[in-house]
Design a protein around this ligand. Structure first.
Ligand SMILES: [Cu+2]
Length: 223
């Protein structure tokens, strides 16, 4: 084999091993959020705050905020900074979308306009923070877009459970945001898989199956 071919072959192997190790090391951060003095533990955003020296390209796929049955759906949408959101109208009436600011900065207020069923309008969110969505036609409608700095985020289900998938090992700041409760901050450590855990159903001895480490973090939020 020529030196050039050997170099290419080695590079391919190195890239493959690097990709495999980064995949096998990523784990999930999951837990339950207990809400005190607020109506429900649902729709609480749990996310990993900015990681120094790391930037994340926004997804090519657009996120979706629908207006359906006179509600913003989902009520809370969390996105990575730079994500484009498609605003839909699924109702047989006109809806409007506007926000009076982002993180209370009124200079970032924006009115998307008013449009009928079937029309889609898009907006790219390049500012971090909470975007309170309102409709000028129906004052009772409200929703939120929360723009966060990493792709490691989740929204709690109606029981307060959340799962953030594929988090690489490291130490992070885990934050919460809720419509009603005060934000919280907590330092967490996601450990690398040791590879020694035996996977259920594995017949190999010793077991070298890639295990998916789970870091459990339970949180409490208060009004
Ligand atoms: Cu409306």
């Amino acid at each position: 084999m020529s030196n050039c071919k050997k170099f290419v072959a080695r590079s391919v192997i190195l890239i493959f091993v690097a990709a495999l190790s980064s995949l096998s090391w990523a784990g999930d951060v999951k837990g339950k959020v207990t809400a005190q003095e607020i109506r429900s533990p649902e729709n609480i955003v749990v996310y990993i705050d900015s990681i120094s020296g790391k930037t994340f390209p926004p997804p090519v796929l657009h996120a979706v905020m629908d207006q359906s049955r006179m509600k913003f759906v989902p009520h809370v949408l969390v996105i990575l900074k730079g994500t484009t959101v498609n605003f839909l109208n699924d109702d047989p009436v006109q809806h409007n979308v506007y926000w009076p600011g982002i993180n209370n900065n009124h200079k970032l207020a924006h009115n998307m306009g008013t449009w009928p069923q079937g029309i889609v309008k898009s907006f790219t969110f390049n500012e971090l923070g909470v975007v309170p969505l309102l409709c000028k036609v129906h004052s009772e409608m409200s929703g939120y877009i929360v723009v966060v700095p990493t792709p490691y985020f989740a929204v709690t289900d109606k029981n307060g459970n959340y799962t953030i998938k594929n988090v690489p090992p490291g130490q992070y700041t885990l934050k919460t945001w809720s419509e009603e409760a005060k934000p919280t901050t907590q330092v967490i450590a996601v450990r690398a898989s040791t590879g020694t855990a035996v996977k259920p159903g594995c017949n190999c001895s010793p077991c070298n199956c890639i295990t998916r480490p789970t870091t459990e973090v339970n949180l409490t939020v208060k009004q």
